[in-house]
Ligand binder design. Structure first.
Ligand code: PGA
Length: 263
């Protein structure tokens, strides 16, 4: 159903790489060949390394995003960073709802919706993460979970803003089955394609065909140099969100090269 006009390869460093290691990473990776124009590349470093990453990647083919940004402009939210703060550094992209934020820091579909609304309003592009746990998959609830996560998060976003953002790429999705994150258990291409196709169908139900067709849906969960190509071949997989394999310049740039020749 979607036309795969481009791929997005993104690296989520989680709580790894301080400012110094970040500068070293970019020094190495920016010697790799520039990817084809149909591939966008991003890195999401920890908040403390954002400034270092933005400086090192300035003017390059890699954009930088925040792993977690609060939807409110300022206030009594100890430990959080705001859209204004990341924008001041030159960053206008953020993850929302990564499963580790949900699991360890109490993020819910509802709070994700509030963040998506707040961030889009403040001109931050969003990559929204969702996906089922092992128990949910094993009890046949994968589709029900996807449906709930998308509909509840999107319920918190102004309908016109939601549609516009899905259409023009300010809001993209990352399907990340929790059982595949950091476990080495990657979804099979069939499992990934089925979940992505279902997600796209849900986007159609919630926001209409144009949005469903235009929206990018990335796959995340134990992506490596070995499995990237086969996952990118799935018709409904528009890119990859990579944790562990994004930490080393060689493996991450290897995956970018695979994406460059995939379209
Ligand atoms: P992983 O992490 O590639 O290490 O499984 C993915 C993610 O957390 O986005």
């Amino acid at each position: 159903m979607n036309s795969k006009r481009g791929l997005w390869i993104a690296g989520n460093w989680k709580m790894n790489h301080g400012p110094k290691a970040t500068a070293d990473f970019f020094q190495k990776i920016l010697t790799a060949p520039k990817p084809s124009r149909s591939v966008q590349v991003s890195i999401f470093p920890p908040a403390l390394s954002l400034a270092s990453a933005l400086e090192a990647a300035h003017g390059s083919w890699i954009s930088i995003g925040s792993q977690n940004t609060h939807g409110k402009p300022s206030g009594a939210f100890t430990g959080e960073v705001s859209a204004e703060m990341i924008k001041e550094l030159g960053c206008s992209l953020s993850l929302v709802g990564h499963s580790e934020r949900r699991q360890h820091f109490g993020e819910t579909d509802r709070s994700c919706g509030e963040r998506i609304q707040g961030l889009l309003t403040q001109a931050i592009r969003v990559l929204f993460c969702y996906g089922e746990t092992k128990t949910e998959r094993e009890s046949g609830k994968t589709e029900a979970v996807i449906k709930t996560q998308l509909s509840q998060a999107f319920a918190g976003v102004d309908a016109a803003l939601l549609k516009a953002a899905l259409l023009d790429g300010r809001l993209s999705l990352a399907y990340e089955p929790v059982w595949a994150i950091g476990t080495g258990l990657v979804a099979t291409p069939e499992q990934a394609e089925a979940a992505h196709a279902y997600s796209r169908q849900e986007l159609l139900n919630l926001c209409g065909q144009d949005c469903a067709q235009a929206a990018k849906i990335l796959y995340g969960g134990s992506v490596t140099l070995e499995n990237a190509e086969i996952l990118l071949k799935c018709p409904n997989v528009d890119g990859l969100l990579i944790g562990g394999a994004s930490l080393k310049p060689d493996s991450f740039s290897g995956i970018v090269t695979i994406a460059s020749s995939a379209l």
